[in-house]
Design a protein around this ligand. Structure first.
Ligand SMILES: Cc1cc2nc3c(=O)[nH]c(=O)nc-3n(C[C@H](O)[C@H](O)[C@H](O)COP(=O)(O)O)c2cc1C
Length: 195
C-alpha cells in the first residue's frame, strides 16, 4: 500500500505548487487552463504558475488583458487547471473561481518582479490572436529599449481560488490512488475517490 494519508497528500500538493512557483523546471510550473469560450465551447491554453498560497487558498498566473481568455473569464469566472508530472505519474486538477487584477499594488509588484523577457509579449501593439502578414509584425515597434513600464497597461494577474483539488497518483506499484479535496466554509473536506 502507498502509505500517504489524505493529509500528507494535501501537503504534498501545496509543496509541489510552491516548488513550481520557485523553480522553472518543476512539473506543475506549466499548467493547462480551461475556460468556457464566448460561444459556449471549451477553450484551453498553457499558463505558467506564478503564485501559490495555501493559507490564502490562491494560485496566480499572468496574462494579457487583451487576450481572449480575459473576455471569457470576465463572462464566466470559473476555471479548471491541470498539471502533470509525467516522470512521477502524477496529475493535479484544480477547479476554482478567478478574479482578474487589472489595477493595484499586487499587479504592479508582479510586473516589476518579472524578468524583462517575460514582459515582451505585453509590449506588442497587436492584441494576442490578431492576424498578421508576417511572423514578427506584432513585435516590430517593441524591440528598442522600451521604458520599463511599456506594456504594463496590457498586463494583469489572474487569481484562482481553488474550490476542488483532484490529485491522481499512478506511480504506486500496487495501483493508482486518487484524492479529492472540496472547499467548504474556508476548510477542505478530503476524500478518497475511485481512480
Ligand atoms: C510554455 C508556455 C507558457 C505559457 N505561459 C503563458 C502565461 O503564463 N500566460 C499567458 O497568458 N499565456 C501563456 N502562454 C501562451 C498561451 O498558452 C496562449 O497561447 C495565449 O495566452 C493566448 O491564449 P488565449 O487566446 O486563450 O487568451 C504560454 C505558452 C507556452 C507554450
Amino acid at each position: 500500500m502507498n502509505s500517504m494519508t489524505l493529509e500528507q497528500i494535501y501537503a504534498r500538493i501545496w509543496d509541489c505548487l510552491a516548488a513550481a512557483v520557485r523553480e522553472d523546471d518543476q512539473p506543475f510550473k506549466v499548467m493547462q487552463a480551461a475556460t468556457i469560450g464566448l460561444d459556449g465551447s471549451p477553450n484551453v491554453r498553457t499558463v505558467l504558475l506564478r503564485g501559490a498560497s495555501e493559507t490564502e487558498n490562491r494560485l496566480t498566473f499572468h496574462t494579457d488583458l487583451r487576450s481572449p481568455k480575459i473576455a471569457e473569464l470576465s463572462r464566466e469566472p470559473r476555471i479548471a487547471l491541470v498539471g502533470v508530472d509525467p516522470a512521477r505519474n502524477l496529475q493535479l486538477r484544480v477547479f476554482g473561481e478567478t478574479r482578474i487584477l487589472r489595477h493595484g499594488q499586487a499587479r504592479l509588484d508582479a510586473w516589476r518582479s518579472s524578468p524583462d523577457h517575460d514582459l515582451i509579449a505585453y509590449r506588442t501593439h497587436l492584441p494576442p490572436g490578431t492576424p498578421m502578414a508576417h511572423a514578427g509584425d506584432a513585435l516590430d515597434e517593441t524591440r528598442d529599449a522600451p521604458n520599463p513600464d511599456e506594456g504594463l497597461k496590457h498586463f494583469c494577474v489572474v487569481e484562482v481560488r481553488p474550490a476542488r483539488l483532484d490529485w491522481l497518483d499512478l506511480s504506486a506499484a500496487d495501483g493508482p490512488q486518487r484524492a479529492l479535496y472540496v472547499r467548504r466554509n474556508d476548510d477542505w473536506a478530503p476524500a478518497w475517490i475511485a481512480p
